[in-house]
Design a protein around this ligand. Sequence first.
Ligand code: XMP
Length: 516
Amino acid sequence: MDTILILDFGSQYTQLIARRIRDLGVYTEIKPGETRLDEDVLRGVRGIVLSGSPFSVYETGAPSPDPAVYSCGLPVLGICYGAQLMTQDFGGKVQALPEEEYGRIPVRLVETDPLFNGISGEFQSWMSHGDSIETVARGFRVVALTDSGIPAAIVHESLPLHGVQFHPEVTHCDHGTLILENFALNICVCEKSWTMTHYVERERAIIRERVGSAPVLLLISGGVDSTVAGALLLTCLPKEQVHLMYIDTGLMRTSESDEVMCTLHSLGATHVHRVDAQDEFLSALAGVNEPEEKRHIIGDLFIRVQEKAENSLGLGDYFLAQGTLYTDLIESGKGVGKKAHVIKSHHNVRSPLVERKRAEGRIIEPLDRLYKDEVRELGRELGVAEKVVRRHPFPGPGLGVRVLGEVTKEKCDVLRAADDEFLRQLRTRDLYDRIWQAFCVLLPVRSVGVAGDVRTYGWTVALRAVASSDGMTADVYEFDMKDLLEISAAITNRVKAVGRVVYDVSSKPPATIEWE
Ligand code: XMP
């Protein structure tokens, strides 16, 4: 498949470059900036993007690409640091600006070039840089300039090398999509072959070939990713070959486990193994208050229950399937440069079962080249219900980290009822899909209230609703006060054990999305 290879030097925008180009229908792969460009890596590659970076090109230890990038004959687009790399590598000079430039900066086209087809005159670019091109390298010409005379775009006279100082991948950059389209479709002449239909066909063929007639076990969490992975397996293998295992920890939301079962059956699953471990989890958590201790207990018990259940299935030499996404690979450092990303290790249980199957080479991860929104699109294509496809994220430890302090069944029940009402209210008000994640937290605080003429002493529930794109940072969702007041009243009216509702107005950072 025609591919644009993105060499990542640690830019905060690398993922965006990949997403924007995929949105044009062209497949993208991100690899560490220093990757050796051998035949394997370049298979299917029609063009290369050099990303931005927190480094300066002239700094000791600054990452640089394999020199083959300039001699392999493929079109290259250097973005910010990428354009400066080209400049330095071809004998030009890059230096620090007296003041860093951020945000929308006007850029003027001074020459024509296929990269800017359909664009003329001046447009607002998006800059984020502390260095700039001081002397343009020999063989390059300047195609665009900023008001202060800084080269904003350079193009080589005879080689297919292009550099832009600004970030076309950022939505605030005028004509950004057109510039990427000009590069990927016109200059690199990529075919628009990245469609979900194409992806599904390809993955199905790969799965069938790898698995043969061996059983496949998929661990289902109830979330979008594992459900879509299940749907994919069920449409490419005989149903009897696909085993789906779901562990009910008792830390799920109202009717959630039953709904997960319904979804799996509606997808045609015949071998669904629901493991009821509710009592085990609640007893293990009895008397425990400390968040990290709770997380460890839940994680460890999850592994033990999983191992026991797997043994009892007696599937022999089976394949283990997981709903790992492209971003999961990148966060665990497998996708890109070591300097770029922070690992959220506490979010992923390092299951010995998964590690063992990986070592045996018997793991299949059919979504590992997809982003979350692509998984949603795939889910729709495979007939997964819209409600499931649009589900907000839910943490592995479930209500265990949303009942603050000691977790008991009674507290989980109160939280379940409040959360159910909150989400129902959001759906009724058409707010659910506008919010990235919303949920209730049960605080270990009771407070005095009055109902009729009677004194009450109820629990306090905090509402959390955030806008985010990936959960790494988050803004508080700005409700209309009227909605907030009505939601609060609905919760206290319907859930008698709750006496008070508060709204969490903390962004991430400094807070995290979950409270524990
Ligand atoms: P925080 O609380 O770190 O959460 O801001 C960011 C996102 O990750 C989810 N989350 C988890 N997901 N296992 C998961 O699968 C976990 O242990 C876990 N902890 C937090 C959280 O719900 C939010 O979407």
